[in-house]
Design a protein around this ligand. Sequence first.
Ligand code: SF4
Length: 289
Amino acid sequence: MHYQGNIFRPPSEAYSILLQITTGCSHNKCSFCGMYKDSRFSIKDDRTIMADIDFAAAHCRNQDRLFLCDGDALIISQDRLLNILSAIRAKLPWVKRIGTYANTKSIKRKSQGQLQELREHGLQIAYMGLESGDDITLQNIQKGADAARMIEMGKKLRASGIKLSITVLLGVAGKERSHIHARETGRVLTAIDPEYVGALTLMLTPGTPLFDNADRGEFVLPTAREMLEELAIMFASTELSDGYFHANHASNYLPIKARLPRDKEATLRLIDQALQGQVGLKPEHLRGL
Ligand code: SF4
């Protein structure tokens, strides 16, 4: 495979064929994110992409999921995306699920009909970083969209039949707005009602603007206990009609895997037990991004 730069994928795509069709991130401004800071956004040429699909056809016969990398593959033109999806379907007929990252800008550029067309060509899941439902926090971290836009684009994607997995970031509002961030994030998640929510816990990355803010004392990361309180409020504020709320990423202090609404009460009890010290938290040295 012709990979360029660092390749990132969601944890649930660990065993997927990773087909890089863009490099970097079309936004690349979020103050906490160091993922693509050194790469320029570009769309790879069709010949390289098709050669990688041929490579996967020869060498990846045991992987039935495929993830389109990098930061925001949905941004590329409809014709080219359909061409890529058609080639995957023709040459990798055993692939059952194709996923991609998406953001509000890339979803906005596609019409409802185009999103449906992508689903019909095999795009089954998109991962969108919400991070926070609090407008001030979204502005502070330069996410490039406010909560209303997140809700609008999240619902638009869902209406197309493409499954939606949303990432939220504990700690990203700092100590000061922690509880507001938790409540507002729960409100936005409830409004979008995605199939999956993945909560990560912020770990400051050297070289990012947020790391520098923290270094100057302008941003204060909540403590482990405060992160847990934030999780409790966010989880309590989130109502999903039938979805999963997971916080089992390596960065989290307390792993939770809940199906909502079924597991709401039991999970809130578990978080409460952790707050009371009856359930151990992951030690700092075992956390990772
Ligand atoms: S968090 Fe996502 S959208 Fe923001 S800069 Fe990083 S990759 Fe791009």
